[in-house]
Design a protein. Structure first.
Length: 425
């Protein structure tokens, strides 16, 4: 129960025991009460902390599910941290995985909130460990600095002016140290034990997401390498075997004096050599990383055409409507669709020219790939090879439509329509 004592509500634990004489006659009651106000406050505070942690973790997990890359996730995560823990600024540094052994102490600025522009510029290219950060990395334990003005070990570029406290937490997952999370608070705001515990959990959760994302990216890279190896074996290797077979046949014809078929054999050798060269150029291009987010769909398609088709004696053009602006998620899918179509032209069509068009209608984006190759009969080849199936699947996932018009010896035209909004056609 609660009672008001001197204008303050107190929580009491009351117990009443009967008071009797020797004969068991009730004389009255003994009331024992204990003041449990502080315990109740502690329990309420713990419950609030659990509720806040639950809400914060939901926000972090939501950011992870929506983020397209690690930077977006970290930016959303530290915004939640600064808001929840009343921070002045928050910084996440990740260890540089690209450096050599002498640079293992180099930290890269991964995300920040509330950091002055001049500080961002000074540390965005990398930060060598300060004594404080080095201690956290070495011992893999957090460090709390109540007043940053009294600690000369800290890099001035990452600290605000005036009195403030700093908490540096290692970002650990599966025994691996990925970086540090640093939270700065203004004067007068100390770190409670439960807050430090919650921040430690958050740092671990963020590290787990980064580690999982890196493993996912590595798996994608390995899968892509395996695909390239299969493609290399299925295409270039087979062409090389063909070259060897035709060369041996031509050589045998010369030795036996049967030169009537020599011209045809040499023509087949030249054709196989040209096709193998096309496949190798495609293979080398696919080995290079593509950054659609930074360069955009048009630039990447131009790079592809310049590196592959133009060097394979195919007259290739890219025509794009003015002021066309395609969302990033659709650009990614349209790029892979265009790439599959161009690969088919390169490998199977024996085309002399190909044109890629990007157009926009009132409600749709349109991608067209037109070649003058040998074509095929859609009625007898309605499903097509793996490339066409992949294209259909991507178009279907976007809620779009794909139309193929092809005639033997008269080329092929592939048209893809995708809604500008997220509705299906």
């Amino acid at each position: 129960s609660s009672v008001k004592i001197q204008d303050e509500w107190r929580s009491l634990n009351l117990r009443a025991h009967p008071l009797t004489d020797r004969d068991g006659k009730l004389l009255g009651h003994v009331v024992i009460w204990r003041d449990i106000t502080e315990r109740r406050k502690t329990e309420d505070a713990r419950q609030r902390a659990r509720d806040e942690m639950f809400v914060l973790l939901r926000a972090i997990y939501g950011a992870a599910s929506r983020a397209q890359n690690t930077v977006d996730f970290l930016t959303a995560a530290i915004y939640q941290i600064v808001y929840t823990f009343q921070g002045q600024s928050c910084i996440i540094f990740l260890q540089d995985r690209r450096g050599n052994k002498s640079e293992t102490g180099r930290l890269l600025l991964a995300a920040h909130q509330g950091l002055p522009a001049e500080s961002v510029e000074s540390i965005s290219s990398g930060l060598k460990e300060s004594d404080s950060i080095a201690w956290v990395l070495e011992h893999q334990e957090l460090q709390l600095i109540p007043d940053i003005r009294t600690d000369p070990r800290l890099p001035k570029s990452m600290l605000p002016a005036g009195e403030a406290s700093l908490l540096i937490i290692p970002m650990l997952t599966e025994g691996q140290l990925l970086g540090v999370l640093a939270l700065v608070r203004k004067k007068g705001l100390t770190y409670r034990t439960d807050e430090i515990a919650r921040l430690t959990v958050l740092a671990e959760e963020i590290a787990t997401f980064i580690h999982s994302d890196r493993r996912r990216q590595l798996a994608l890279i390995l899968a892509e390498r395996q695909r390239l190896v299969r493609d290399l074996h299925d295409s270039v290797t087979q062409k090389m075997y063909g070259l060897l077979a035709f060369t041996e046949a031509a050589q045998a014809g010369l030795e036996t004096g049967a030169t009537d078929k020599l011209a045809a054999a040499l023509a087949r050798i030249a054709e196989n050599a040209r096709q193998a060269l096309k496949e190798m150029r495609l293979f080398l291009f696919e080995m290079q990383p593509v950054n659609l987010e930074r360069e955009g769909l048009v630039a990447v398609l131009n790079q592809r055409i310049a590196a592959v088709e133009s060097r394979a004696d195919i007259k290739a053009r890219l025509l794009v409507d003015k002021n066309i602006l395609i969302p990033m998620d659709k650009e990614v899918e349209l790029y892979f669709i265009a790439q599959e179509a161009l690969n088919n032209v390169l490998r199977h069509a024996q085309a002399e020219s190909v044109t890629v068009r990007l157009k926009q209608q009132k409600e749709n984006f349109v991608l067209e790939i037109v070649d003058d190759g040998r074509g095929f009969d859609p009625k007898t080849n309605d499903k097509g090879g793996m490339g066409l199936r992949n294209m259909r699947e991507r178009v279907s996932q976007m809620g779009g439509k794909m139309k193929i018009v092809s005639t033997p010896e008269k080329g092929t035209k592939i048209t893809v329509l995708v809604r500008k909004d997220d509705h299906s056609i």
